[in-house]
Design a protein around this ligand. Structure first.
Ligand SMILES: [Zn+2]
Length: 119
């Protein structure tokens, strides 16, 4: 009887793990699609800069919109970095600050360079 009980429990936890895993995968897919959208916005700002630069040049005026676009691009890049970090957290991965190797969250030392990983 207790065997059946335990069997039921292990099936339960296997199902739970599968659900968590697919949740993780859809979360990662969502974050990746956010990154694609942010990159598209950056491309738009780049083209905006070019257009404004040419407009200003042809009209013989100062390009005042340039720094505005540059600030927007800087912010978009920061958002992409945040999304990338979120993906690592969902995957349970941390990055070695010394060599940049991808490590499991539970690692105490980097397997590549031996650096101690601080939490
Ligand atoms: Zn390392």
């Amino acid at each position: 009887m207790s065997f059946l009980k335990n069997f039921g429990k292990s099936v339960d936890s296997a199902v739970k793990k599968t659900v968590e895993r697919s949740k993780d995968l859809s979360e990662i897919a969502r974050l990746n699609s956010d990154i694609v959208k942010l990159k598209a916005k950056i491309e738009m700002e780049y083209s905006e800069i070019g257009e404004n630069a040419y407009k200003a040049y042809s009209e013989g005026v100062e390009n005042v919109k340039m720094s505005e676009s540059l600030e927007i691009i800087k912010d978009l890049f920061a958002q992409i970095e945040e999304k990338k970090e979120e993906i690592l957290v969902v995957k349970g991965i941390t990055i070695c600050p010394q060599c940049g190797a991808e490590l499991d969250m539970i690692c105490v030392y980097c397997g590549t360079c031996g650096t101690k990983i601080d939490r």
